[in-house]
Write a protein that binds this ligand. Structure first.
Ligand SMILES: [Zn+2]
Ligand SMILES: [Zn+2]
Length: 334
């Protein structure tokens, strides 16, 4: 099969050939149709996440069809079913986190496209228990961004609780999905982008933001909560200063640049600062049932498999509106 391979951090992906993997008991072989590109993939390529398996097939927003089942009598799926493979690839199911509904924090977790080969390839194997059925309403390309941008974004969004006025710092793949959930639930979104990103601000307004501006600006009124999607540590004190007393700042990304020192006074008054790590299967079930009800529409920019490096560069440079997705099945029209 064709695959884009990461041989070493800080090097471009290489188009190579790998044998089609065989599913073991409890696994599915998926014929990949589309795979979303995530900011996390960039952190892996850039060496900011330091322990990927190598060589590695990146990609953890995989949509495809079941081509082979490791053990048919034990599977929830049938041949030909359309399934999604997310970032959470495998958990132990017996550590204290797995046993308390926090499998996202499992001590011996394995992640798709990091510890396990992912979806920048024509086939992938995945643990049956961690795959999701894909809602029928979504074409393959539009479904892919739901699997991480949507799902982990949704977990971050839930951490804002009953906040009414919510700031989104960084208006990329996750924000463009979560703003639709927020608007559906009657909340107000304040979108912050890089200075001068008029196109991003316009995109946010078109999706329902009540205000959009640069992250160096203050919102017109204090926020109840903020989610930082951009991997920029200096946004933490910025966001803390934008939220009212008792407000929460949620860091949604897996990696951030260094956080500058800040005065305790901006955290004082019961402001809360927290991170969100990974997802649980329960997050996936909830979000994938909510998405078609709203219905969430994803904006995608599509690249062929062998242009994955170009797609990653476009994401790095902030040139993607919505989500970048690799179209891997040659029959996909876009
Ligand atoms: Zn565990
Ligand atoms: Zn991701």
């Amino acid at each position: 099969m064709r695959a884009m391979l990461l041989d070493a951090p800080k090097s471009p992906l290489r188009l190579g050939e790998l044998p089609i993997p065989k599913p073991n008991r409890g696994q599915l072989l998926i014929r990949v149709r589309a795979c979303g590109i995530c900011r996390t993939d960039l952190h892996i390529v850039d060496g900011e996440l330091t322990h990927p398996k190598l060589p590695l097939v990146l990609g953890h927003q995989i949509v495809g069809t079941v081509a082979e089942i490791g053990n048919k009598s034990e599977s929830r799926f049938n041949l030909g079913d359309r399934v999604g493979i997310p970032w959470l690839g495998h958990t132990c199911q017996h550590c204290r986190y797995c046993l308390s509904g926090k499998e996202n924090l499992c001590d011996t977790v394995q992640f798709t496209g990091y510890d396990l080969n992912g979806g920048y390839a024509e086939y992938a194997v995945a643990d049956d228990r961690f795959c999701f059925p894909i809602p029928e309403a979504y074409p393959d390309l539009q479904a892919a961004p739901l699997l991480c941008a949507g799902l982990i974004g949704y977990r971050s969004y839930k951490m804002t609780g009953d906040a009414q006025k919510i700031g989104f710092y960084g208006f990329g793949a996750a924000a463009h999905i979560l703003i639709q959930v927020a608007c559906y639930q009657g909340k107000e979104v304040y979108a912050f982008t890089r200075a001068g990103d008029d196109r991003g601000q316009e995109f946010a307004r078109a999706l329902g933001a009540v205000w959009a501006g640069s992250s160096q600006e203050s919102p017109p009124e204090p926020l109840d909560a903020a989610i930082i999607f951009a991997p920029v540590g200096s946004l933490i004190p910025t966001a803390l200063q934008a939220v009212a007393k008792g407000g929460t700042v949620v860091c949604a990304g897996i990696h951030m640049s260094q956080i500058p020192a800040f005065a305790y006074s901006i955290l004082w008054s019961e402001r809360v600062l927290r991170s969100v790590a990974n997802l649980t299967r329960q997050d996936g079930v909830e979000f994938l049932s909510l998405a078609p009800q709203i219905p969430i529409k994803t904006e995608v920019e599509v690249f062929p498999l062998d242009k994955a490096n170009e797609a990653l560069t476009a994401l790095r440079e902030g040139r993607i509106n919505g989500s970048a997705v690799l179209a891997i099945d040659p029959e996909l029209n876009y």
